[in-house]
Ligand binder design. Structure first.
Ligand SMILES: [Zn+2]
Length: 435
C-alpha cells in the first residue's frame, strides 16, 4: 500500500535535512522525498504545518512481559509507544524469567510479531538472573538477537565481574548499558539526599552513589575497551565525568530521561509515589547540569525508562513503593519543552530520540533516507493536551505528570509503512472535516 505525506516540514538529523517536502511510502519503505510529488491514487495525508521526523526510538523501557502482565504487556506497552510517537523500543531484561536466555528472547520476538504496535528489541542481561554473580551466556544472547546487555535496575558491584562483562561484550561486539548507583552507599535511600529528604523525613541517596558507579565503570571501560552506555544520568557530577571521559577519547555514551530535566526533588513533597524513581529526582543544580549536558552533546540520548507499576504496587507508603514511572506517552512534549526553553534546537532534540540511539545500538533506523524502512513520526508542535489518568494506552498510570498541560504531540506514527497511531485531528482532516 502506498501512502503520501504532503507538505510537512521534514527534519532528519541523520542527514542534516530541514525543509518542506512530501514523502512517498511504498511497500513499507521510503520511496521518494521531494517537493510536490504528484499523487497517483495513493492515500494522501496532509501534514502541512507539522514536523515530519524519523520514527522515534526509545532505547530504555520496561515492558514487564513476561512476568508482570498486570502492569504492562508487549501489546499495551507498544500501543503506548505508538501513541507517544515511538516506533522502536529496546526493552530491559528485568522480566520474569529474566532475558538471560534465547527462549525468553524468542518469546519477546514472537509476542511483538503477534501483538506489537512497535518494534521491540530485547536487551539481554549481563549476569544470570540479574544476580550480579555469574555472567549470562552473552554469545547465545547475541546469536538470538539482543541489541545490548544490561543489568539495569542495579549496578554490578563486583569490579572483576563488571570488567569481564565488558571484555566479553567487546569480543562479541555487544554494547553494555549500565545502571550506575553504588547501593552500598544508599541501601535505604528512597529519594535524593538533601533539603527535601530531611524535611519530608525520608531516607536520602547522595549523588555520590551515582558518581562513584559512573567513575568506576568509565575506569573499567578504559581497562577493557569495548563500548559502554550509561543509563539515565541524573546529576551534575555524572555529567562532568562523562564529559571528561569523552574528551579523553573513551568510547562512552549516555542518556538521561525526561523527568531528570523536568522535575526536582521538590516534586516529592506531596509524597506522590509516582515521583519515586531510581536514580532519584535531584535538586535544581543537577537539573541545570543535565540540561547543559544535553545542550553541549555530552548526553547523547533521551530515553524514557518507562517503568509501569500497578496502582496496588504504587498505592502504599512512599518508602514501600517500587521505583519507576511510565514515560512513553509524555516524553515527546517534555523533550520539545527543551526547544521552547532554548536548551536544544529541534534538530538536536530529535537527534536524541532518533539518529543517536540508532547509532549507539547500531540499528538500521532513525533516518528518512530513501530506501530505508518507513518509520515516521509526525509532530504537531502546537497541539496541547492535558494528561489524564484514564487516557493512557499503557496498562499502568504511574505518571507524576497527570494533570499537567503538555505541548507538542505526535499526531501520526508510522512503523514499517503501517499507521500505528493517528490522532483525531489527523483523522478528521482525512475525512475532509475541519477542527
Ligand atoms: Zn535503571
Amino acid at each position: 500500500m502506498k501512502l503520501l505525506l504532503k507538505g510537512g516540514r521534514v527534519i532528519d538529523p541523520s542527514r542534516g535535512v530541514n525543509r518542506v517536502s512530501d514523502i512517498l511510502i511504498d511497500r513499507g519503505r521510503i520511496a521518494e522525498i521531494g517537493r510536490n510529488i504528484p499523487h497517483k491514487g495513493e492515500r494522501v495525508i496532509d501534514v502541512k504545518g507539522k514536523i515530519v521526523s524519523p520514527g522515534l526510538i526509545d532505547m530504555h523501557v520496561h515492558l514487564r512481559e513476561p512476568g508482570n502482565e498486570e502492569a504492562e504487556t508487549i501489546e499495551t506497552g507498544t500501543r503506548a509507544a505508538a501513541r507517544g510517537g515511538f516506533v522502536l523500543l529496546a526493552c530491559m531484561p528485568n522480566t520474569n524469567p529474566t532475558i538471560d536466555n534465547q527462549d525468553t528472547v524468542a518469546f519477546i520476538h514472537s509476542m511483538t510479531k503477534k501483538k506489537g504496535a512497535a518494534r521491540v528489541l530485547p536487551i539481554g542481561s549481563i549476569t544470570k538472573g540479574l544476580e550480579g554473580k555469574e555472567l549470562a551466556e552473552m554469545g547465545e544472547l547475541k546469536g538470538s538477537g539482543v541489541v545490548a546487555v544490561s543489568d539495569d535496575g542495579g549496578v554490578i558491584h563486583n569490579c572483576d565481574i563488571m570488567r569481564h562483562a565488558l571484555e566479553y561484550a567487546k569480543m562479541l561486539e555487544l554494547l553494555v548499558i549500565s545502571h550506575c548507583e553504588d547501593e552500598t552507599l544508599n541501601i535505604d535511600g528512597v529519594m535524593n539526599e538533601g533539603y527535601w529528604a530531611t524535611s519530608l523525613g525520608l531516607a536520602g541517596t547522595p549523588t555520590a552513589s551515582e558518581e562513584i558507579a559512573v567513575a568506576r565503570n568509565i575506569r573499567l571501560l578504559e581497562l577493557s575497551g569495548g563500548a559502554l552506555h550509561i543509563a539515565h544520568l541524573s546529576c551534575a557530577g555524572s555529567v562532568s565525568l562523562v564529559r571528561e571521559a569523552k574528551k579523553r577519547g573513551i568510547n562512552v555514551t549516555c542518556e538521561t530521561a525526561p523527568h531528570y530535566f523536568t522535575l526536582t526533588d521538590e516534586a516529592i513533597k506531596e509524597y506522590n509515589t509516582n515521583t519515586k524513581v531510581k536514580p532519584p529526582l535531584r535538586g535544581k543544580k543537577d537539573v541545570e547540569a543535565i540540561k547543559e549536558g544535553l545542550s553541549d552533546g555530552t548526553i547523547d540520548v533521551i530515553a524514557t525508562d518507562h517503568a509501569p507499576h500497578t496502582p496496588e504496587e504504587k498505592e502504599v507508603e512512599y518508602e514501600l513503593a517500587p521505583f519507576g514511572m511510565i514515560g512513553l506517552e509524555t516524553a515527546l512534549p517534555l523533550i520539545l519543552g527543551l526547544t521552547r526553553e532554548g536548551v536544544l534546537d529541534l534538530n538536536e532534540a530529535l537527534a536524541k530520540i532518533t539518529n543517536n540511539p540508532a547509532r549507539i545500538l547500531n540499528l538500521d533506523g532513525g533516518t528518512l533516507k530513501v530506501g530505508s524502512t518507513a518509520d515516521i513520526t509526525v509532530i504537531d508542535l502546537e497541539e496541547k493536551v492535558i494528561v489524564k489518568k484514564d487516557s493512557f494506552q499503557s496498562k499502568s498510570r504511574n505518571s507524576p505528570f497527570i494533570g499537567w498541560e503538555l505541548q507538542g504531540m505526535a499526531v501520526l506514527t508510522i512503523c514499517g509503512g503501517k499507521i500505528t497511531s493517528m490522532s483525531d485531528q489527523v483523522k478528521n482532516k482525512l475525512c475532509g472535516r475541519t477542527k
